[in-house]
Design a protein around this ligand. Structure first.
Ligand code: SF4
Length: 333
């Protein structure tokens, strides 16, 4: 497949917004007072029961520090942050995407490629002021955006910190980089605050989601979430340098032996929008609980080149055409 250069990413100009005409969504919300109201609404989602993600943990009383499945209580935890040069070209630009990796996760992916962070608890608690300070540091480093990685269980904490960050001068786009398991309540809070949504769409099959994610409701939740994200911000728009400003970018990690599942996901995405920007990822490798674990033996190998070709062909057959490919030379970064 030919590499997608800037022209293909831009779509002959249809998806380009001049940088000087762009204002991050949350600045408008801060100006009219919506941001502070949303912060209060978001904190109320902590429960009990917690309604921050689709699990709706009845026993969790996170306002008092008692977590549910995600194992994160009143304060968010951060495992690392920095200018990330491994993200998609539309996010990394040449100065990097300002990633904030949150500890914990509401999914329980057996194959998680960041298991020590998502389920191992590696990270430190941060309050709103500290999280705002992290965002500001990334902006001062020149990052093109603040990229919240695995934010679905810490939406209230992010919005509280955003109030402080705006007061301190934050003005770069926000990227919401989730596993796709997001509650409509949390997305309603994020409406008008997020510039770029980057959800995964992992699996179509409910049985696979029960087996590998401990969330059989994942496909329906991911469809609802992706549709809502797209309703809020539309298809991906970039600036004159090909750096994302607003819209949806969907990631799909191709899994071994699951070509039919990929075809279903691509077909659904094309139904949402043929112009949706998709990253079809090839980096799956057995990790987390999959290593030496017989219940997950079917995904105990990497993906073959033939499987990747079939996944891309399924996406093209569905009518999709805006794919993430490396086009920005590494020496520019
Ligand atoms: S965010 Fe955590 S505590 Fe809240 S519903 Fe989801 S998994 Fe449960």
């Amino acid at each position: 497949m030919a590499l997608a250069g800037p022209k293909e990413v831009h779509g002959d100009g249809r998806f380009v917004l001049r940088r000087k005409d762009f204002v991050p969504a949350y600045l408008k919300a801060a100006e009219d007072g919506t941001l502070r109201r949303k912060a209060r609404e978001a904190v109320a989602l902590l429960g009990p029961p917690c309604r921050v993600c689709p699990r709706r943990c009845k026993e969790a009383d996170r306002s008092k520090g008692a977590p549910g499945v995600c194992r994160v209580g009143r304060l968010a935890q951060v495992s690392s942050m920095g200018a990330h040069l491994g993200e998609e070209d539309v996010l990394r630009g040449w100065k990097g995407s300002g990633t904030v990796f949150f500890t914990g996760c509401s999914l329980r992916c057996a194959f998680c490629q960041n298991f020590d962070i998502s389920q191992g608890g590696r990270g430190d608690e941060v309050d709103a002021r500290e999280l705002a300070g992290i965002m500001l540091r990334l902006a001062r480093q020149g990052c093109h955006n603040v990229n919240f990685v695995t934010p679905s269980h810490v939406v209230p904490q992010i919005v509280e910190a955003l109030v402080q960050a705006v007061e301190d001068g934050l003005s770069i786009p926000l990227v919401y980089n989730s596993g796709g398991y997001d509650s409509l309540e949390s997305l309603a809070v994020m409406d008008g605050l997020v510039d770029v949504y980057m959800p995964d769409f992992k699996f179509w099959d409910e049985a696979a989601c029960g087996r590998y994610l401990a969330a059989p409701d994942y496909p329906s939740a991911a469809r609802r979430a992706a549709a809502e994200m797209h309703r809020q911000v539309g298809d991906l728009v970039v600036d004159e340098d090909g750096v994302a400003l607003r819209g949806v970018l969907v990631r799909h990690l191709v899994m071994p032996g699951m070509a039919d599942d990929t075809g279903q996901v691509m077909g659904w995405l094309a139904g949402l929008s043929k112009d949706i920007f998709v990253n079809i990822m090839d980096q799956y490798h057995p990790a987390g609980k999959v290593v030496n674990d017989s219940p997950h033996a079917a995904i105990g190998r990497c993906v073959s080149e033939g499987e990747m070709d079939a996944a891309r062909a399924a996406a093209i057959k569905a009518g999709l055409w805006r794919f993430d490919e490396r086009w920005r030379p590494d020496h520019v970064v």
